[in-house]
Write a protein that binds this ligand. Sequence first.
Ligand SMILES: *[C@@H]1O[C@H](CO)[C@@H](O)[C@H](O)[C@H]1NC(C)=O
Ligand SMILES: *[C@@H]1O[C@H](CO)[C@@H](O)[C@H](O)[C@H]1NC(C)=O
Ligand SMILES: *[C@@H]1O[C@H](CO)[C@@H](O)[C@H](O)[C@H]1NC(C)=O
Ligand SMILES: *[C@@H]1O[C@H](CO)[C@@H](O)[C@H](O)[C@H]1NC(C)=O
Ligand SMILES: *[C@@H]1O[C@H](CO)[C@@H](O)[C@H](O)[C@H]1NC(C)=O
Ligand SMILES: *[C@@H]1O[C@H](CO)[C@@H](O)[C@H](O)[C@H]1NC(C)=O
Ligand SMILES: *[C@@H]1O[C@H](CO)[C@@H](O)[C@H](O)[C@H]1NC(C)=O
Ligand SMILES: *[C@@H]1O[C@H](CO)[C@@H](O)[C@H](O)[C@H]1NC(C)=O
Ligand SMILES: *[C@@H]1O[C@H](CO)[C@@H](O)[C@H](O)[C@H]1NC(C)=O
Length: 803
Amino acid sequence: MNLLRPGSGFGMAGWRLVCAAVALALWRPAESCPTACTCTGFRIYCADTERSIAAFPALSEPEMENITDIYIANQSSFSSINDKDLTFYRNLRNLTVTNTRLTYVSRKAFQNNVKLQYLNLKDNNLSSLSWKTVHHLNISSLLLSGNPLQCSCENMWMKQGRGDESEAAELMCVEEGGKRRHLSKLTLPNCVVPTVSLHPKSVTLMAGSNITLSCNASGMPTPDLNWITCPLNSSHEIVTTGQTSILRLKDLSSLDNECKITCSSDNTAGESEASLHLDIHFAPTISKLMDAISDHHWCIPFSVSGNPQPKLQWQLRGEPLIEGAFIRTRIHDYSEHEYHGCLQLDNPTHINNGEYKLLASNRYGNDCKVVNAHFMHNPWNDTTATDSLYYDPTTDDTPLEPPEDRVAVYVVVGIAVVTFTGFVLMLVVLKFGRNSKFGIKGPSSVISNDDDSASPLHHVSNGSNTPSSSDMNADAVIIGMTKIPVIENPQYFRSNSNLHKSDTFVQHIKRHNIVLKRELGEGAFGKVFLAECYNLNLLHDQDKLLVAVKTLKEASENARKDFHREAELLTNLQHEHIVTFYGVCVESDPLIMVFEYMKHGDLNKFLRAHGPDAVLMADGQVQQQQAELTQSQMLHIAQQIAAGMVYLASQHFVHRDLATRNCLVGENLLVKIGDFGMSRDVYSTDYYRVGGHTMLPIRWMPPESIMYRKFTTESDVWSLGVVLWEIFTYGKQPWYQLSNNEVIECITQGRVLQRPRTCLKEVYDLMLGCWQREPHSRLNIREIHNLLLNLAKASPVYLDILG
Ligand SMILES: *[C@@H]1O[C@H](CO)[C@@H](O)[C@H](O)[C@H]1NC(C)=O
Ligand SMILES: *[C@@H]1O[C@H](CO)[C@@H](O)[C@H](O)[C@H]1NC(C)=O
Ligand SMILES: *[C@@H]1O[C@H](CO)[C@@H](O)[C@H](O)[C@H]1NC(C)=O
Ligand SMILES: *[C@@H]1O[C@H](CO)[C@@H](O)[C@H](O)[C@H]1NC(C)=O
Ligand SMILES: *[C@@H]1O[C@H](CO)[C@@H](O)[C@H](O)[C@H]1NC(C)=O
Ligand SMILES: *[C@@H]1O[C@H](CO)[C@@H](O)[C@H](O)[C@H]1NC(C)=O
Ligand SMILES: *[C@@H]1O[C@H](CO)[C@@H](O)[C@H](O)[C@H]1NC(C)=O
Ligand SMILES: *[C@@H]1O[C@H](CO)[C@@H](O)[C@H](O)[C@H]1NC(C)=O
Ligand SMILES: *[C@@H]1O[C@H](CO)[C@@H](O)[C@H](O)[C@H]1NC(C)=O
């Protein structure tokens, strides 16, 4: 090699090595461009007639690597292109060698120059060029004219031309006598390009079989026969006699499945080949089944071989696993004769924990393997939790149905007021971020109604006074016996500043302006009355207004403070689809809050009363047959709730308990969001009691709220989807056919409610848009409102039916 030349004068091998190293290190400049040439970054140009080069310039390896173009012309000393001359010019595309004494081009000259496209060897001294020199190249232009090519079999392949057809037609050759002829018109008697045939044409066999492949070749001169195969694992032998060769494969190994077997023949005139792929059938083997790993999705990785491709089935704890959108088998890759894949699980929960068994089968047999997967602890059952204070086995699973008469009382009395208390509580909690029972950070729950406590305000202060709560780390929530980490809710914290404005002016109403008319009901906190209110500032044309008045029984110092804070918050939350708060009366005990009175009570009751089952629902009371709600009226209701939710979202207020029971209906089908979490007495079956204190509206909650207590505007959107479902089912309970535990399982596994019979496809699509598993994929509350608005517009409402 050129690089070693400087050392070649020394006799001893050791010296050679040393000097070669020195040469490499010191004489590098000598390897650079010869004086006869110019070398730019990608091109070598040698056309200096005076100082001819004898071989291709040898530059440093990286430099040669960069060269794409070599042009050599008028070089009287240049006579051959040898095996390794162009080895390092890997990126060579154009090569021109013209007007030189080029006489010999090695068959392996362009072995490494697979990118060569343009090869110009015009006007040299070539008498022949083998097809083997260029057969591996994708040449678009090969120019050979102006060479004393012989009319020999070796040059016959040039008739076909390589890319440049016109050149091939013009190409001349010299016969033995010196006569020049057109190569394209030449025929030679003993020059035939080989053909091969391979038998059988394809092989599909069981592993362990024997097979004999035979390959016939014809051509002149007699071609060489070669078998080219993958590294065969099966034992094999080759017998060649004349122009036939036989390949015997014995005891076919499954490792040779898909092996390509080629029979190739060549002579000076050209080459040809025939090939097939072995298709070897064998029973499945599971070579790998590993512990679940958490990637973007959870994955239980496996590798399985088998031909035909095995059918894969899973069992979880001995039961067949039904695959669906959230759990499914995925094959990622077929390599090394194996299918590599995952049992992919989206957001698996404790329900998915257990022993997974993979069964692989095809018609030749089957295989199985088992792995234990653990995704998360059961959030409802953590034996490590020491605080069993709230664990109440009797109420853990099935909330008790309230007695029928109690329901009736509440329905009659109206829930509006109960509702207001929840609203108030919610606001207080949200504002002050206490460890309240309503609080997001609170120890016991998101929503709760402590039956033994006397006042809603008491709840709040009580919540933070409970030893179990104040001792708690703010990042954890106790549900039942379980400590669950809480993902803090940024919306919630922002809401504080937004809703608590320092300049809030709470309306004060004089006691003598409130005239109680009758009691509407009694909550844990105090009584609720229907009242007439005089001289309200808001009243322009009327002198009195029907209102709902909530009284506060007990008024400790703390309770009073909370009362005032709530009032400020309520004053700041004003919207046409949020129940109106008018003000407070604090002249003397009891403290009073004054709210808008909504004639028809809560929306759930209203829906049921205007549904097909209305008569059955009547509970023996005298109730007149009410007209069934129409589609357009349902849309009108839905649209109003969405409008209220748009407003809450704009205030960064996360509701957390949106449901029809927490909305109120006034005259002319006016609907307002009027409860922020206090209908648990009447609607206790809508809640899942976890431990003694916590009640969760799981049927309205998205998976992330159920699993991680994560409440956001997006989780409200999910609930809104459920509210739509309630509306279009005339107030049915979501998942009414399932127990609470079954509901949790359904939701966390990704099932959603079915399309109500009366529901338009557009509306159900909207529900599905609210029930996307990933919170960020859910529809935006504004989009929902616009969609509902458009649907509602398309079918105008006739309000008078309902009066
Ligand atoms: C090869 O080309 C690259 C990109 O054009 C350049 O950065 C590099 O310096 C070149 N190498 C040599 C040895 O010229
Ligand atoms: C090579 O020499 C011929 C005549 O000697 C001249 O016409 C031609 O231009 C030269 N080619 C180059 C590239 O210098
Ligand atoms: C050589 O290669 C370049 C780019 O790869 C191309 O533009 C050019 O046409 C080729 N042919 C000749 C004869 O230079
Ligand atoms: C051309 O090649 C032949 C051998 O193939 C050789 O005898 C002759 O000297 C060469 N001509 C030149 C000008 O190099
Ligand atoms: C061969 O070259 C042509 C164009 O020059 C190109 O379209 C084709 O893809 C190439 N084929 C291969 C196998 O590189
Ligand atoms: C394959 O050939 C071997 C002997 O070469 C024989 O023993 C064996 O039974 C054959 N197998 C089949 C499946 O025919
Ligand atoms: C292969 O060669 C054998 C013997 O020379 C002959 O009997 C057979 O017909 C040939 N098969 C083909 C496909 O040419
Ligand atoms: C065939 O594969 C097996 C398993 O990989 C190996 O042990 C054996 O040596 C292989 N046999 C041949 C002939 O390659
Ligand atoms: C709670 O876990 C314990 C042990 O891990 C188990 O024995 C008990 O059945 C579980 N209870 C429930 C309700 O899952």
